[in-house]
Ligand binder design. Structure first.
Ligand code: HEM
Length: 207
């Protein structure tokens, strides 16, 4: 089997699912914390928040933060050391992205399990950068005294909090698209869950 037909490596799958779960907990608990002191003229409905009250939200948020940071660190070290980033995630040029978006809109984009197209590469690289910004702005508003230099780097506490919120919004937008695409091409979901190709998935599917 050629390299491009392989399912994601066990470490990628483990860190992806641990990170995804932690991210969902962080979003729900983050919305709970936000509701205690909104920066925009709305609150998140209780049904989609986690923790029940401010203290509960904070407890969930910090517990999931360690899981997210641990999984993220293992993922980044493995991705860099194994060549996974270089071989599978390196963004293709803007032309390839435009070409692949055009093909996707015409439902002609090749989306093989084990090979990322230009749109996926751009989205995955982008969301990884956004995730790093989410964690670092989060740290800067958690410890604005001890990590004063980081808070200063983001323009101060209030701006860092706005950036943290904006990054969360980008991640939620990514998630909606990402999960929709994964459901449209079940072979990719199968590979990410079970680590092998879905039976009968030799045919390429459009997404
Ligand atoms: C919770 C629902 C999620 C589902 C169902 C899901 C599903 C998937 C699937 C099926 C793939 C493989 C795509 C392919 O082989 O073509 C994938 C890869 C990926 N997902 Fe998710 N995902 C979820 C959450 C997340 C979250 C929260 C993030 C980050 C914010 C994320 C970031 C990524 C990245 C970066 C990759 C590429 C991994 C690599 O090969 O290094 N996913 N996801």
């Amino acid at each position: 089997m050629s390299r491009s037909r392989r399912a994601p490596a066990p470490i990628i799958r483990l860190t992806h699912w641990a990170g995804a779960l932690a991210m969902l907990v962080m979003i729900g608990s983050g919305w709970q914390i936000y509701n205690a002191s909104p920066i925009l003229p709305f609150e998140f409905p209780t049904a989609v928040t986690l923790g029940g009250w401010l203290g509960g939200g904070i407890a969930w948020h910090f517990a999931a933060m360690w899981v997210l940071m641990g999984a993220g660190l293992v993922y980044v070290v493995y991705g860099a050391a194994s060549g996974h980033f270089r071989n599978d995630l390196r963004p293709a040029g803007p032309r390839s992205v435009v070409r692949d978006i055009g093909q996707a809109l015409r439902l002609k984009l090749s989306h093989k399990a084990g090979h990322y197209n230009a749109v996926q590469r751009a989205l995955y690289t982008g969301v990884l950068v956004v995730a790093v910004l989410t964690v670092t702005t989060g740290l800067s508003i958690w410890k604005p005294v001890q990590l004063g230099w980081l808070t200063w780097l983001f323009g101060g506490y209030d701006i860092a909090r706005c950036i943290h919120f904006a990054m969360m919004s980008l991640i939620v937008g990514f998630l909606l698209l990402h999960v929709a695409l994964a459901l449209m091409v079940p072979a990719t979901l199968w590979g990410m869950v079970f680590g092998r190709r879905m039976p009968d998935s030799d045919k390429e599917s459009a997404s």
